[in-house]
Design a protein around this ligand. Structure first.
Ligand code: HEM
Length: 400
């Protein structure tokens, strides 16, 4: 049995056998204190779902920490804090509601399904460019596609879209560098100024001549969002939709390369792709846990949580909870229903979920169809865990 204080979301064990690891951890209770993370961990499906719902006791708001980080820094750095305060995922209602509504109304299922042809063209283009004698599917396929799709989503011209690859990485530096306060100022401010200028121009162009992209819808629905909040929404879409979707593709491909029989089955049953994508989300979904701040003293899962403490909603544990999933360790490509929490739940439920599903389905189906002889070159490196997600890893393959 795991010692309660030892539960460690970054550990290789939690990744290699999430079902066994989290079952052992749950023996101490569904909610428990982790000395390693210095935070409460919520480990059951019911508990994580309740945690997502209970936004008044478990807050997403980070504006206070952004403002503290920006205190006494340059004006440019303060703009970064301002930009991130416009990210709805870092806010609670009522600010969250105001920031989410215009994006939600632009991201209709119709607007997203309207991108299918463009996504297919992007996937075909990425496949055309692969060296069939030896390619890294991580770098050459999983990485560029989501960035190019978000470029399409925002109506960015094809020649400008390549800039998105690195920008999402730079944005990551911004988000993580603001927390804690002692981060270097120069590169963060420079990157932020570039984003603000680029997206500011894009929005102005969209206002003058709408392209009909979902960004047109967002600009039209912007309501009382101020200019920096609208730019914030665009940068959030870029950040929220890039690394996550890349990781979903990498993890799904990692499974298909280590289990050629699963890849063969999926080739023979392309109609199962939608449920297969949900199952990849469940077993190795990109978001392993999400942080929250305790805002009021309260009881949760038999534990007393105190205001100011940190808590993690452990999606990876919830998605392997035998109370909800039969044979949680098994990969069942036609599992239905599949109430995984990989896109979150409730108020902050992922606004890009249908886009991520569309992209992953098209990318995996087309790759499998086009390269029936695809095989790994050497050992497939196992996934690398971090508390909240996954590290990068190469996936070397021969395609023909
Ligand atoms: C496989 C890919 C993806 C995964 C695993 C994922 C996961 C998530 C999760 C877990 C949340 C909830 C965050 C929270 O409760 O704190 C979320 C929120 C969000 N996601 Fe995604 N996401 C993915 C793709 C995308 C894409 C493609 C976009 C847009 C282009 C996107 C945009 C957003 C936005 C805007 C939010 C904030 C919603 C809110 O706070 O109200 N995501 N995502």
């Amino acid at each position: 049995m795991l010692d309660a204080a030892e539960v460690n979301l970054d550990s290789p064990e939690s990744l290699a056998d999430p079902t066994g690891y989290f079952a052992a951890a749950r023996e101490h209770g569904d909610v428990q204190w982790s000395a390693h993370h210095r935070a409460w961990l919520v480990l059951s499906h019911a508990g994580v779902e309740a945690g997502f719902r209970d936004t008044s006791a478990l807050s997403s708001d980070k504006t206070g920490s952004f403002q503290r980080a920006a205190q006494g820094r340059s004006e440019a750095f303060q703009r970064v804090a301002e930009l991130l305060s416009g990210w709805m995922n870092f806010r609670d209602p009522p600010a969250h509601t105001r920031l989410r509504e215009p994006v939600r109304s632009a991201f209709t299922p119709r607007a997203i399904s309207g991108l299918a042809r463009e996504v297919q063209a992007i996937v075909d283009g990425a496949l055309d460019a692969l060296d069939t004698s030896g390619a890294d599917l991580s770098h050459d396929f999983a990485r560029p596609i989501p960035a190019l799709v978000i470029g399409a989503l925002l109506g960015v011209s094809p020649q400008d879209r390549h800039r998105f690859y690195n920008w999402s990485h730079d944005l990551g530096q911004l988000v993580f560098s603001l927390n804690p306060s002692g981060s270097p100022e120069g590169p963060v401010s420079a990157a932020a100024s570039e984003f603000i200028a680029f997206f500011g121009d894009l929005i102005e162009r969209e206002r003058a001549t709408p392209t009909g992209s979902p960004l047109s819808g967002l600009v039209a629905a912007a309501g009382d969002l101020n200019p920096i909040e609208l730019i914030g929404a665009c940068t959030l879409l870029l950040f929220g939709g890039h690394e996550t979707t890349t990781t979903l593709l990498v993890n799904a491909l990692g499974i298909l390369l280590t289990q050629p029989e699963t890849a063969a089955w999926l080739r023979a049953h392309p109609g199962a792709m939608d449920t297969a994508v949900e199952e990849f989300m469940r077993v190795q979904g990109p978001a392993r846990s999400l942080p929250r701040k305790v805002t009021v003293d309260h009881e949760r899962g038999g534990q007393q949580l105190h205001r100011g403490q940190n808590a993690y909603l452990c999606i990876a544990a919830a998605n392997h909870d035998p109370a909800v999933f039969t044979d949680p360790a098994g990969l069942e490509l036609e599992r239905a229903p599949n109430p995984h929490l990989g896109f979150g739940w409730g108020l902050h439920y992922c606004l890009g979920a249908s886009l991520a599903r569309l992209e992953a389905g098209i990318a995996l189906r087309t790759l499998l169809e086009r390269f029936p002889n695809m095989q790994a070159l050497g050992e497939v490196p196992p996934p690398r865990a971090s508390a909240m997600g996954y590290g990068r890893r190469p996936l070397r393959v021969r395609l023909a």
